[in-house]
Design a protein around this ligand. Structure first.
Ligand SMILES: *Cc1c(COP(=O)(O)O)cnc(C)c1O
Length: 229
């Protein structure tokens, strides 16, 4: 089942990439493994998926030792400052959810102490939803400048979690707007910014996100099935 789901997702990714003038290799699929136990993640591993996204550090720590070193883990959920040490110590490949300035300052401090860098995406709340984390689309430029002064933080791109709706036109608008912000920040050539990754699109909307410019999608339930929460 998982393998079949992955085939479907990869096919959809390829179709969307082609529609937007790219190739399937241009799009990175992050398998979102929250609530999925290690044995089921291994089915995805055997099908060739090696990049996993967890939204809770605790869950990541419980699972990571069951996997070979050839997998990489991304944190995609809100990170509490008291969990930063775990992601630095465990060489998290990418924190996709750098969503606030106080978190950035604390990451800088802890990375300095350990003489490490951290790759991040800035999370942007493009739709301005009260319930969602992320920088506001109007002040993300200002915060980008501040974050560019923090030399331990390597900003690789932007991430957004679109509103929960199946309104295609609205969602495409949100993705397009996020891509515009991405292009604008990329052009500003900030120090410690090397914008390559635009992470947007989940199980319900990854094809639209790719067509609007995403090159990284985070897909959970379309691979592992419905989550019970
Ligand atoms: C859970 C989650 C996903 C995946 O959601 P699905 O709809 O199951 O694909 C993607 N991104 C974030 C930040 C998530 O928390």
């Amino acid at each position: 089942m998982i393998r079949k789901n992955i085939d479907t997702v990869l096919k959809n990714i390829e179709d969307a990439a082609i529609k937007s003038g790219r190739k399937k290799e241009d799009i990175t699929l992050v398998a979102v493994t929250k609530t999925v136990d290690a044995s089921r993640i291994k089915e995805a591993y055997d099908a060739g998926l090696k990049i996993y996204g967890e939204n809770r550090v605790q869950e990541f720590l419980q699972k990571k030792d069951e996997f070979e070193k050839d997998v990489s883990w991304h944190i995609i959920g809100r990170l509490q400052t008291n969990k930063i040490k775990y992601i630095i110590d465990n060489d998290i490949v990418l924190l996709q959810s750098l969503d606030r300035m106080d978190l950035a300052l604390e990451i800088q401090k802890q990375c300095e102490k350990k003489n490490k860098d951290l790759n991040v995406l800035l999370e942007i709340n493009t739709a301005g939803e009260d319930t969602k984390a992320g920088f506001d689309k109007n002040n993300i430029f200002e915060y980008s400048e501040k974050i560019s002064q923090l030399d331990r933080i390597k900003v690789k791109g932007l991430m957004t979690v679109a509103p929960f709706t199946d309104d295609e036109k609205y969602l495409r608008g949100i993705f397009k707007e996020t891509k515009d912000v991405f292009d604008k920040i990329k052009k500003s050539n900030l120090k410690n910014f090397d914008l390559e990754l635009l992470s947007m699109g989940m199980s319900g909307d990854y094809a639209w996100a790719i067509e609007e410019g995403a090159n990284m999608v985070r897909v959970g339930s379309a691979i592992f099935g419905h989550r019970n929460y």
